[in-house]
Design a binder for this molecule. Structure first.
Ligand code: BTN
Length: 282
């Protein structure tokens, strides 16, 4: 592939760089200020899923902080076995982490990912996203990004985790399947102009790095997540391992689980599942 850099050639004066392509090349991303996340960047023009590539690298012993980034995914993975549609123009990356964390605390990594994306959108694009438990990044109530955490653990020990981030950036919602168009948005739709994906991807990695440093004392992550939460206080429908039910979301506990009060008054702790926000009675 052509590198896509626009270069003006001026006789005797040499070359002048007019602009660089908006591709997520490793040498552009590697200038990260961060200390751990992004130490090694693996760039693919096309991957089936950056999660799969990152998990393979992790099994082969890739160092913590390694990032796999792709311009396009042909089999992007979402939560709960769903697909993540990944046309050109989006941000698709997976980060290998080896946290010293008890397995019940793994949901904190998903929350960390959501906070990182929300902060990056704020800093990089001036937007004010909200988070819906556990991992949806929303703009105006529509999903613009998601986080997928996959863990390889043995008994009480985590071998590695792969934290995947997808952001609908420089494409229109018409690129997404009809079934999710109503509930999804993209940065292009919201801003009316393309964003600098490189800047945004860098910002995401820097934010993950910042938050990951505090993963063993997660109060800061929980506090930041709570400040972005649009679920708390809402009437929600939960579809998870414990079945489908509705109730009032009371917020998250210190492990990142969602606490919901049922109409009966009973309180449930949700570790995994889908949550939709309802108007009571609808
Ligand atoms: C979700 O909201 O369901 C999670 C979406 C996670 C998508 C990202 S894109 C980069 C990484 N590679 C994948 O195949 N999935 C994650």
């Amino acid at each position: 592939m052509e590198s896509g850099y626009q270069i003006e050639s001026r006789p005797k004066l040499g070359y002048r760089l007019l602009g660089s392509p908006d591709l997520l090349f490793p040498h552009e991303l590697e200038s990260l200020k961060s200390s751990l996340v992004g130490r090694r960047i693996e760039h693919r023009e096309r991957a089936d899923s950056t999660q799969r590539v990152a998990k393979q690298l992790a099994l082969e012993g890739a160092e913590e902080g390694t990032v796999v980034v792709a311009e396009v995914q042909t089999a992007g993975k979402g939560r709960r076995g769903r697909r993540w549609f990944s046309p050109p123009g989006g941000i698709y990356l997976s980060i290998i982490l080896r946290p010293q964390l008890e397995p019940p605390r793994v949901p904190l990594l998903t929350l960390l990912g959501g906070v990182a994306v929300a902060k990056a959108l704020r800093r990089g694009c001036g937007l004010k996203p909200k988070l819906k438990w556990p991992n949806d990044v929303l703009l105006g109530g529509k999903k613009v990004g998601g986080v997928l955490t996959e863990v390889c653990a043995e008994a009480e020990v985590i071998n590695h985790c792969v934290l995947g981030v997808g952001v609908n950036a420089n494409f229109g919602v018409s690129q997404l399947p009809r079934s999710i168009r109503e509930t999804s948005t993209t940065l292009l739709e919201e801003l009316g102009r393309p964003v600098q994906r490189l800047r945004l991807a860098r910002e995401v990695l820097e934010q993950v790095d910042r938050l990951y440093k505090g993963i063993r004392k997660p109060n800061k992550i929980l506090e930041e997540w709570r400040s972005l939460d649009c679920t708390r206080g809402a009437w929600v429908r939960v579809d998870g391992a414990q079945g489908v039910f509705e109730g009032r979301a009371l917020g998250i506990n210190s492990n990142g689980a969602l606490i919901v009060r049922l109409p009966s008054g009973d309180v449930k702790k949700i570790l995994a599942g889908d949550v939709s926000i309802k108007l009571k009675g609808s």
